[in-house]
Design a protein around this ligand. Structure first.
Ligand code: AMP
Ligand code: ZN
Length: 135
């Protein structure tokens, strides 16, 4: 994709702080980190989000993600990791080349990733049914 900033990073046309590179994936430090070591893992084949991503790339990204998560734990002394991937504008996606955020977490770092809500009693099962019936 000609105009994609992450494709340009893969090609080296835009500089990045590379963490990891293999046949199908590339990983680099997020320029505006949520925490120290916040890394983005991307497939080398351009896709916008999880909906147009081919399954082999999804597998490659999760395999690389696991390696990077381990390296962040060992190399940075992180005590936990959040994985986060935003798909489409409504989910907060800003760069439309699929990316998995690997966010190292440190005890008492006060990072808040998932503010929670409560289901109304009747909604709980109905919501599960709607998803299950859409497979
Ligand atoms: P998202 O909101 O999930 O689409 O996240 C996009 C992420 O890309 C943000 O966390 C940005 O800080 C990050 N980002 C954007 N441009 C760059 C860049 N040139 N190098 C590294 N990270 C970037
Ligand atoms: Zn791209």
């Amino acid at each position: 994709m000609d105009n994609c900033i992450f494709c340009k990073i893969i090609k080296g046309e835009i500089p990045s702080n590379k963490i990891y590179d293999d046949e199908n994936t590339f990983a680099f430090l997020d320029i505006s980190p949520v925490s120290r070591g916040h890394t983005l893992v991307i497939p080398k084949n351009h896709c916008s989000d999880i909906f147009d991503m081919v399954e082999d790339d999804a597998k490659a990204v999760i395999t690389a993600t696991k390696k990077i998560a381990n390296a962040a734990m060992n190399g940075l002394g992180a005590q936990g990791i959040n994985l986060l991937n935003s798909n489409r504008k409504a989910a907060g996606q800003e760069v439309f080349h699929y990316h998995m955020h690997v966010i190292p977490r440190y005890q008492d770092d006060r990072v808040k990733i998932f503010p929670v809500q409560k289901y109304k009693e009747t909604d709980f099962k109905a919501t599960a049914d709607k998803i299950k019936n859409a497979f």
